[in-house]
Design a protein around this ligand. Structure first.
Ligand SMILES: [Zn+2]
Length: 485
């Protein structure tokens, strides 16, 4: 009888498709067998527990500067340790090109820092703040060769692209089979409202929500889709927050546009009421798009159920609740002086497990799909990540579905020093986490060494391939013979 390196014995295994009772056997870091009475050099008793694929967080900011230049509160070690504590074993943070700088240098810099600090496995999205022709033609191809397969662009902030440059990025992505992720909000509306609000004395955190109008999000979503559609380039719309943006995504998908969209934990669990707290701490809940209203929360849940939204990420973007972060402009800053973002890597899975499986009536399989399998598929990591099947990396989170936990920052262990989810009680907790067969978290304690996480080179894969249904103007059979794609 074969003796495997590790056997996780007797748990209820769940994937996006099925759940069943089985032992999971690991050899050389990969899942080698599913069965009964399997023998291992190390045996982990999972009786009464759930054995789920480690989470895949497709959108998180680690060791990255804010749009205004403030360094976020996490290094790769603290951020990925907090991810692992919450059952996430794969992350896709960013390598951000500063305007005017080299994309290749930015990628090398983030890659080196991730290699030194990361505890979980990682890929990188490349943020294109300055897609000048030499960057797209000279710098991008070797990065694609090196295994980078997704780009991110912004339609707001100082690093925003105008429509023409966005189109140039979409066309380059199409050439190289890359996914493009978009932060879609209308910049002019935000800039105009910010100035007007502050001029009228409305600097309190609650007006951050007012300054990011929901139809401005919808407008930018619509425009990003229209531009990408011209060149038949698939998109991932990041952090969808409101009903109006969902309507745009639904309409495009119904028209056959190849399109993915995500929301984030905080849009599913919090509202703008957090910004209007009377203890003066509203700044700690400032993120963009902003937290919306209760009816948006309900609409986002429906969109997860009907497939409009493909994944849920954390958009982890931690700034400490002190002068190094949220309060750099003083103890009662105007919302315009607060870096945007919330910490969220640690509690994404516990909050969603509790909300989906216990309170919202989704299936355990849906939880696995939305938080692990589908992000792995969209970012073309599913040959290794996001499921429990023979040959995949043995990234396993062993959950106690009965454990009740009151969320507190000490459990997250990231660099933010606070959690926006403080005091919420959840049921269900990852008590042991394995990465490639090695226990990296046991009862909240991180046991893996910094730098033991691996880079995951990848291609864009099927999700990033054009739909093959070009609009008429781009179709040589319908445009008087012009070859444009
Ligand atoms: Zn983000």
């Amino acid at each position: 009888m074969t003796t495997f390196d590790v056997v996780v014995r007797g748990g209820t295994v769940a994937t996006a498709a099925d759940r069943f009772t089985a032992d999971v056997a690991v050899a050389d870091g990969r899942i080698a067998a599913l069965g009964h009475d399997l023998a291992g050099a190390e045996v982990i008793d999972a009786t009464g527990k759930l054995v789920l694929p480690g989470g895949v967080d497709g959108h998180c900011h680690i060791e990255q500067r804010s749009a205004a230049g403030v360094m976020n509160a996490d290094g790769f070690e603290s951020a990925t340790a907090s991810a692992a504590r919450g059952g996430t074993t794969t992350v896709i943070p960013f390598a951000a090109q500063p305007p005017g700088a080299s994309l290749a240098e930015a990628a090398a810099d983030y890659h080196a820092r991730a290699a030194r600090g990361a505890i979980v496995d990682y890929a990188l999205h490349l943020i294109l703040a300055d897609p000048r022709p030499e960057v797209l033609t000279n710098e991008l191809p070797p990065l694609v060769e090196a295994g980078h397969a997704s780009l991110k662009i912004f339609l707001t902030y100082d690093i925003r692209l105008d429509d023409e440059r966005a189109l140039a990025v979409f066309a380059a992505a199409r050439r190289h089979n890359l996914m493009v992720c978009v932060h879609a909000e209308n910049h002019a509306m935000i800039a105009w409202l910010r100035e007007r609000l502050v001029a009228r004395g409305h600097g309190d955190a609650r007006y951050h929500a007012t300054s990011h109008p929901r139809h401005g999000e919808a407008e930018a979503v619509h425009r990003a889709i229209a531009l990408a559609r011209l060149v038949d380039q698939p998109l991932m719309i990041f952090h969808v927050s409101c009903t109006e943006a969902l309507a745009e995504i639904r309409r495009a998908r119904a028209a056959g546009v190849k399109l993915f969209a995500e929301t984030c934990t905080h849009y599913l669990t919090l509202t703008r009421d957090a910004l209007a707290r009377d203890d003066g701490r509203g700044a700690e809940w400032i993120c963009s798009p902003p937290l919306r209203e209760a009816h948006d929360v309900e609409a986002l849940w429906r969109a997860l159920e009907d497939g409009t939204l493909a994944t849920v990420s954390s958009d982890h973007a931690p700034y400490a609740a002190d002068a190094t972060g949220k309060y750099g402009a003083g103890p009662a800053p105007a919302f315009t002086d607060v870096p945007n973002g919330l910490p969220g890597l640690a509690f994404r899975l516990p909050l969603l497990f509790d909300a989906m499986v216990r309170r919202r009536g989704l299936r355990l399989e849906d939880f696995v799909r939305l938080t692990a399998s589908e992000p792995a598929r969209v970012y073309n990591l599913h040959d290794r990540k996001g499921s429990i099947a023979i040959g995949k990396d043995a990234d396993l989170a062993i959950w106690d579905p009965t454990r009740r936990v009151t969320l507190a920052h000490a459990l997250a262990g990231d660099g933010a020093g606070y959690t926006p989810f403080e005091g919420l009680e959840v049921q269900g907790w990852p008590v042991q986490v394995l990465r490639r067969g090695e226990t990296v978290v046991q009862d909240g304690e991180v046991t893996a060494a910094p730098g033991s996480g691996r880079f995951l080179p990848r291609r864009g894969g099927e999700a990033a391939e054009p739909s093959g249904r070009p609009v008429a103007e781009m179709d040589a059979g319908r445009n008087f013979g012009a070859k444009l794609l």
